[in-house]
Design a protein around this ligand. Sequence first.
Ligand code: NAP
Length: 288
Amino acid sequence: MTARLIDGKALAARIRAEMKAKASELLARTGRAPGLAVILVGENPASQVYVRNKIRACHEVGIRSIEKYLPATTSEAELLDLIKSLNENPGVDGILVQLPLPGHISNIKVIDAISPEKDVDGFHVESAGRLLVGREGFRPCTPFGICAMLDSIGFDCTGKRAVVIGRSNIVGKPMSIMLLERNATVTIAHSRTKDLPALCREADLLVAAVGRAKMVDASYVKPGAVVIDVGMDRDENGKLCGDVDTASVMEKASWVTPVPGGVGPMTIAMLIQNTVGAALRREGKPLN
Ligand code: NAP
């Protein structure tokens, strides 16, 4: 079997086009474009690239960006003050703080400080709680984008065995809950899981969110499985790759997401969707 690639780039472009139409309708009706505040602390090169890409995507769809570039020496109190002022600013619908933060700043305090109404990354404990109990709310962009990719290939999770490798708060855990919500039978694997390849071979849907270049090879894959590669890693030559050894897995799976051009662009598309959703929610429209 040779797997087909799920084209995240093309799907992300379609979602951005839909969001552009909604943003321009909002602007025409209210005189106000959706606004996203983006905060970057320090000069981490990877974070600078992510922030640049997010801002570019915002502008393309008609979202106003409020950019705050702060030096690495910024104190936690200064950052919390800035978030407070953005929470109170009616021109701001969403607030994104690019992670990781410098070591002297607590991620938890910063995420807690963002108003749940503006939590477009979906990392706030209120958003996490809403997801867990199946209530309307902001969903974390990466797993949310993966669900849209599964829909795009007509993959019905009902009754399927899903294995998610990784239990981070931003990918693995919310992914597992979303798949459970879609009636999959979900197993969450992590670094202490025993005989991971055998467990993964039971999966109709395998999501790799590990952060280890090309770790998931064909020996992890059930014939015909759908394999989602969340990883953004570097191979031995420093080239961007995922957690999945795509060439070997393609021989066994039915669908695979490429890196680049898979989950990455979808994460940005869902940030855009959450931001437009945040603006519309202020007019009483539910997010989901
Ligand atoms: P993370 O917080 O480092 O979590 C990694 C998870 O993988 C942990 O739960 C860890 O287990 C598990 N793990 C590590 N080594 C393992 C092994 N050998 N076998 C089984 N499980 C193992 O990472 P993350 O933030 O979830 O991100 C995961 C990957 O996705 C990274 O490459 C990241 O760059 C990428 N990412 C991509 C996007 C995108 O938009 N494409 C977005 C977010 C993240 P323990 O909990 O036991 O330590």
